[in-house]
Design a protein around this ligand. Structure first.
Ligand code: BGP
Length: 488
């Protein structure tokens, strides 16, 4: 039998782990930080799990040295974190908060002193509240200019030290959650407004890239997209066409803009028929076409399976169970909402009988990860940087003070093997960041759904002592890194 020979991981492969400011930092009003939209949204009753918010989170702001020491002991090569815009500019524009800039300078210096490559995300969802309240947030073009000014400050202050930069984190997720499902700020349900805000975010992303090329010529920049490959439910050509639609609607709508500098025609036309396309001003399309990322950041959790839309299914077709897996930002399409959804004539989400699921009902699909990497390389031909991947689970601190997270180890092991296969297939991959380094605040799932390699001793009800305790997966990943991915 033929077995494909596995290529080794590149020598300089960036074995990393990730976080986001609102989910780890806490210190929500410390040292001059202004409020962000999340500081307010998380306090609206019923919006987050057991009313959790990021006021303290895991207090990384005050404990970053200890966290970096744990990273170094693990042998981590890269740490991806995001910058809280309202720490740098409390109102999102105008006066710079020097203490905020200094926090990130210190964090970057600490990482570099321990031989860890910082990977900076410019925007991981915590828009300064002032910009939302004064201009209407991303619905206003004014915010594009503010974002560019914010980026300029960071490029000037950190550009010489930080080589890897991420523009937007999961634009597909935060626009849908914020403007369609009322599950994130600004708590809106309006498709027209969603597509307009999304267009402005595309423009801001492009501006950030162009300015970067000017000010940080030695660095590399790209967006991090929440990518899930779409599968057809069967070989019925109608299902295959539905999967093409799903790829274009769920992924191409953003990826084509980032990587090809243009909106995909099929989806544009489809949305135009429904009056949902954004207003495009003179110069917008030229700006999108001019900004080319250096790499494509990929956050991979799972993909999805679709069938021909139920409204078009022939009577003879078998009925399939539709998907609705609680709050899953990659897949929200409850059955009754499909009536009003723009996907209506494109596809129907269905269950995939071949895959198991996590406790939060997310599919576990390592092969889909390889498919993802292959598709993205074929379609966009950019180096890939896996900026998130991991397992959300309930972890138990045992009486003897250990966390035996074998399930997470199995998850990471199978996914890392698929990266190696993709590399062997010829895909160029810069690095891999597990989500997450420490446990942290899940936007909507509190501290119950844990992702970390390091346990943080706190829960929804209390901050307890916020102690850091490396889990079994921490020691496992340490060995993986030491062996450059040759799995034990
Ligand atoms: C991604 C986000 C992360 C993180 C992760 C896990 O979409 O970029 O910030 O939250 O998902 O999500 P959750 O905590 O909802 O399971």
């Amino acid at each position: 039998m033929f077995h494909k020979k596995l290529a080794p991981f590149p020598k300089d492969f960036l074995w990393g782990a990730a976080s986001a400011a609102y989910q780890v930092e806490g210190a929500w009003n410390q040292d001059g930080k202004g409020p962000s939209v999340w500081d307010v949204f998380s306090k609206i009753e019923g919006k987050t799990f057991e009313g959790t918010n990021g006021d303290v989170a895991v207090d990384h702001y005050n404990r970053y040295q200890e966290d970096v020491r744990l990273m170094a002991e693990m042998g981590l090569k890269a740490y991806r974190f995001s910058i809280a815009w309202s720490r740098i500019l409390p109102q999102g524009e105008g006066k710079v908060n020097e203490q905020g800039v200094q926090f990130y300078e210190k964090l970057v210096d600490e990482l570099l002193a321990h031989g860890i490559e910082p990977v900076v995300t410019l925007y991981h969802w915590d828009l300064p509240l002032y910009l939302q309240e004064t201009y209407g947030g991303w619905e206003s073009r004014r915010v594009i200019a503010a974002f560019k000014d914010y980026c300029r400050i960071l490029y000037q202050r950190l550009g010489k030290k930080v080589r890897y930069w991420v523009t937007m984190n999961e634009q597909n997720v935060f626009t849908a959650m914020g403007y369609r499902w009322e599950l994130h700020p600004p708590n809106v349900s309006d498709l027209k407004r969603m597509f307009q805000a999304n267009h402005h975010i595309n423009l801001a992303q492009a501006e950030a890239i162009l300015l970067f090329k000017e000010l940080v010529p030695t660095g590399l920049i790209g967006p991090s997209f929440g990518y899930g490959p779409v599968y057809p439910a069967s070989a019925n050509p109608a299902d295959v066409l539905a999967a093409e639609n799903g790829e274009a609607f769920n992924n191409g709508w953003w990826l084509d803009v980032y990587c090809k500098g243009q909106y995909p025609k099929v989806i544009w036309q489809y949305l135009a028929e429904q009056g949902l396309t954004p207003v495009v001003e003179k110069g917008d399309l030229e700006l999108l076409a001019a900004a080319k990322p250096d790499f494509l950041g990929v956050n991979y959790y799972h993909g999805g399976t679709v069938a021909q839309n139920e409204y078009e299914q022939q009577a003879a077709s078998p009925q399939r169970e539709k998907t609705f897996s609680g709050i899953d930002p990659y897949h929200i399409q409850p059955a009754d909402e499909q009536q009003a959804s723009p996907e209506k004539a494109l596809f129907t989400n269905v269950e995939n009988p071949y895959l198991t699921k996590t406790a939060w009902n997310w599919e576990i699909d390592p092969v889909g990860f390889r498919i993802a990497m292959r598709r993205l390389q074929d379609k966009y031909n950019l180096p890939l940087f896996i900026t998130e991947n991991g397992l959300g689970a309930i972890d138990v601190l045992t009486e003897d003070g250990t966390i035996e997270d074998d399930e997470r180890i199995a998850y990471l092991q199978t996914h890392i093997l698929e990266i190696q296969k993709a590399i062997s297939d010829g895909v160029e991959i810069i690095g891999y960041c597990t989500w997450s380094f420490t446990d942290l605040l899940s936007w909507l799932n509190g501290y119950k759904k844990r992702y970390g390699l390091v346990y943080v001793n706190r829960n929804e009800a209390s901050e307890l002592d916020l102690r850091r305790i490396p889990k079994k997966s921490y020691y496992w990943y340490q060995r993986v890194i030491a062996a450059n991915g040759e799995l034990p």
